[in-house]
Design a protein around this ligand. Structure first.
Ligand code: SAM
Length: 385
């Protein structure tokens, strides 16, 4: 997450230095607020699941103390929207250790917001269907110091929802995880081809194409910026941040039914047509039969590039791949490992939720990082082949 934001901020329209974030557990980075950095993150950042502008934080774990602390804090908070009327909603993040039900927590935050905004001359109504601003309440912090936090969702909800995928394969990878996987692979789009040999619905190739050029995933007009004075005067357009980069990406799958899904998703993401013809190539192939010659034939324009990067998520044997029993799946992993032995100098990065993958695949990962896809705990693995 941090490496991606650094890269984006450096190429953003702003002269701004990105401070070092504070880490909160495995999955949260906290940056001091700067509207320009928040703008870059909200519009372009692909690896974050949510982006919140935190306004209030308290150790309260019960409803009354929370309301008593939240109301005066909001009443004197000039960061709140200042329009005459405001439609808003409250989303809840993880709040399992709050000592009341999620509904009650949401209710208290809503009441405090309505009262605080009224005291500032704003008539606020709850409108979950088309809110101007979405507030988020969550429990956050490390196990030793937990807090109840209220903020403004400036990233338009769950960010794995990119709005482009028209059809998912039977076991799609979350877009945010796909982007994390590509970042962990250290892919350099200017000098290395990227191959997803098990591309399914094409999530990884689509994210790779977006990361390569720094394409936005949110339009400022869809974000709550116009209701928040801090974002006044910031750009309303989001051109690519790395406009000259032409990536070389190969998306393969053994299953012919996956090919139309992939094409449909690429089209929905605006990645088909003559300008992308040499940049993203689709093919049907069994990963176990992959050779450097095959890839060179499919990606002739990558001939002068360095060795490349494989990014993929294989079947785990849960949603797919388990039909023929675990031995077959382990055979598949072993065959994949043998195929990648033909690619000296390449790197491979995968997300797998099967504890027996590493041994069967037969290569030693240089990096392992835990992660979760669709509730399935797994790991990112990176290999130098
Ligand atoms: C977990 S899915 C990948 C999902 C994909 N990343 C997405 O987001 O849609 C695994 C894919 O591997 C493919 N697959 C299974 N065995 C394969 C093989 N031997 N060679 C190539 N692809 C294979 C399946 O058809 C399936 O599409």
């Amino acid at each position: 997450m941090e490496a991606e934001l650094k890269r984006l901020v450096m190429r953003s329209p702003f002269e701004v230095r990105l401070p070092k974030p504070r880490r909160e557990g495995e999955a949260t980075l906290l940056y001091p607020f700067d509207a320009r950095i928040a703008w870059v993150a909200a519009c372009h950042h692909r690896t974050s699941s949510r982006i919140s502008w935190d306004l209030f934080s308290s150790t309260a774990v019960r409803l009354e103390p929370l309301f008593e602390a939240l109301l005066p804090a909001l009443q004197s908070d000039d960061r709140l929207p200042a329009a005459e009327t405001l439609r808003f909603s409250v989303d809840l993040g993880s709040a399992h250790d709050f000592e009341a039900s999620p509904l009650q927590l949401r209710g208290v935050v809503k009441n405090a917001l309505i009262e605080a905004l009224a005291s500032r001359g704003v008539t606020a109504d709850v409108d979950a269907d088309s809110p101007d601003v979405v507030f988020v309440a969550r429990r956050a912090g490390t196990p030793e110091s937990r807090r109840t936090v209220v903020g403004i969702d400036i990233g338009l909800g769950a960010r794995h929802r990119r709005g482009a995928r028209v059809a998912a394969g039977p076991a799609p990878l979350r877009e945010t995880l796909a982007a994390q996987l590509i970042m962990l692979s250290r892919w350099d789009a200017r000098s290395e081809p990227l191959v997803d040999p098990m591309a399914g619905g094409g999530t990884i190739p689509i994210e790779a194409a977006g990361l390569a050029v720094g394409a936005a995933i949110r339009r400022p007009a869809d974000l709550p910026f116009r209701h928040l004075a801090a974002f006044g005067g910031l750009p309303t357009a989001t051109p690519d941040l790395f406009p000259g980069t032409v990536p070389r990406i190969l998306a393969l799958d053994v299953d012919e039914e996956r090919i139309p899904t992939m094409v449909g998703n690429l089209r929905a993401a605006g990645l088909t047509g003559p300008s992308h013809a040499d940049s993203i190539v689709i093919g049907r192939k069994d990963m176990r039969a992959l050779t450097p010659e095959y890839i060179a034939g499919m990606l002739p324009r990558a001939a002068d590039m360095k060795p490349g990067v494989f990014c993929f998520n294989p079947p785990y044997g849960v949603r797919i791949g388990g039909e023929e029993g675990e031995e077959k799946l382990l055979d598949l992993y072993a065959g994949m490992g043998r195929a990648l032995s033909r690619f000296r100098g390449w790197r491979a990065a995968c997300f797998v939720a099967n504890a027996r993958f590493v041994e069967a695949f037969g290569h030693f990962p240089t990096m392992t990082k835990p992660g979760t896809n669709a509730e399935l705990p797994g790991a990112f693995l990176v290999y130098d082949l």
